[in-house]
Design a protein around this ligand. Sequence first.
Ligand code: DHB
Ligand code: FE
Length: 287
Amino acid sequence: MATITASVYTSHVPAIGAAMDLGKTQEDYWKPLFAGYEFSRRWMRDHKPDVVLLVYNDHATAFSLDMIPTFAIGTAAHEGYGARPVPVVKGHPELASHIAQSVIQQDFDLTIVNKMDVDHGLTVPLSLMCGEQDPATGSWPCPVIPFAVNVVQYPVPSGQRCFNLGQAIRKAIESYDEDLKVQIWGTGGMSHQLQGARAGLINREWDNRWLDQLINDPVACARIPHIEYVREAGSEGIELVMWLIARGAMSDIQEGRVVGPAPKLRHRFYHVPASNTAVGHAILENS
Ligand code: DHB
Ligand code: FE
């Protein structure tokens, strides 16, 4: 049986990818940010998963305004990549197809994407957790199943729906008939607004309270309506609902309630500024 061993949460700021690609990580501006991921990179090497299911949002790379799936799963053997010089992402078609089958049968409508280009939303979290990789000779430590969520064009899915979907994904993974260690990552956020009169908005207090709640009271966190994200965390702060998919997939949650011991918090980090965004990061391990 496949199991979810841990969940990882991290922002995906494109400038972080550029800082790595251009060798700027030790500059004064970026050093404290990358210091916050040193533990995570060691942890990643010590807890290498067989597969990562990476929940992220596409930024008009695979999907334009012509076609906007709410939830899409990448089932290809190899996914593309955007403008960054990073290795191609290898998928896991068997597990991805199984998740699609199981989750759709649990009444969540997924769009199945057999060929998908992935962008910074997916590659920046991989770079943060796995470090620099040579695009020609390097490779990511394991196959990655891209799971795209529309948080760009309204209407976006609610935090509650994302949390429920996470529970369905865990059922799917635990019914896969091969001993695989799977990590689920929730990415994007934290507070930021890239447009309009409030561009540049950051809300440290709200971000940290939200992170407390995600970790310690995820059922209440899931009830936060989308309008609160927009008001408190800015128009792009809504990306945080994707973290609730990963949190809902942890083994303390069943049928929307807490049924078991809380996962172990291995790491938590928060840093401002990074480009226009507050960067948040956490690692939870199932007991
Ligand atoms: C920035 C953050 C994002 O989440 C994104 O998708 C693009 C840009 C930024 O902080 O600049
Ligand atoms: Fe984004």
